[in-house]
Every structure is written in C-alpha cells, then in structure tokens.
Write a protein that binds this ligand. Sequence first.
Ligand code: SF4
Ligand code: SF4
Length: 90
Amino acid sequence: MKTINCSTCTALCCRLEVRLIDDSDEQVPIELTEQVEGLYYAMKREKDGWCKALNRETMLCSIYEKRPYLCREYKVGDYDCINERNKHLL
Ligand code: SF4
Ligand code: SF4
C-alpha cells in the first residue's frame, strides 16, 4: 500500500468545515472565523471550499501555531483524510 503523504495531496483536508469547539480556539484570529447559521463558529472558507487561513501559494496553513483544535487533532490516514483523498485524487 502506498504511504499517505501530505506533501502529495495539496491540503485537501483544509476544504472540510472546521468548527471551533475548544476553549483553545480563542487563539484563532477572529477575522478568519464566522458564525454559521447563528449556531456555531467555524473557519471561514473561500468559494472553492478551502479555508481562508490556507496560504494558496505554499498550500500550508498560515496560522499553524494558532490553528484550531480540530486541525491540531486531525491525523494523516484517518477516515476523513482517506475520504477527502478518494474524493479529489481519483
Ligand atoms: S491529512 Fe490527509 S487530506 Fe490532509 S493534507 Fe495530509 S494527506 Fe492530505
Ligand atoms: S486552520 Fe489551517 S490547518 Fe486548519 S483548515 Fe485552515 S488552513 Fe487547514
């Protein structure tokens, strides 16, 4: 089986909705967040789905040290990672 590697997949997981669910998410720059349907806060996204915090030249997170809890917990090779790769790389 081929090893899954972030360097070959252009931050596909950064197109998923990222909700702000943890106290530590207060560190995320507020201008990159938005309230969704008056219910919860999430990272703002561009029209094409990618997170506003993604540097589109490097395809790296521009707020890496202050990224949300869910991004810090996200693991290469987890269900969502495989699912996104299958959706976009096939
Ligand atoms: S975690 Fe998975 S989907 Fe996200 S960049 Fe890495 S390989 Fe791609
Ligand atoms: S905050 Fe950073 S790691 Fe999280 S989805 Fe946005 S660009 Fe990706």
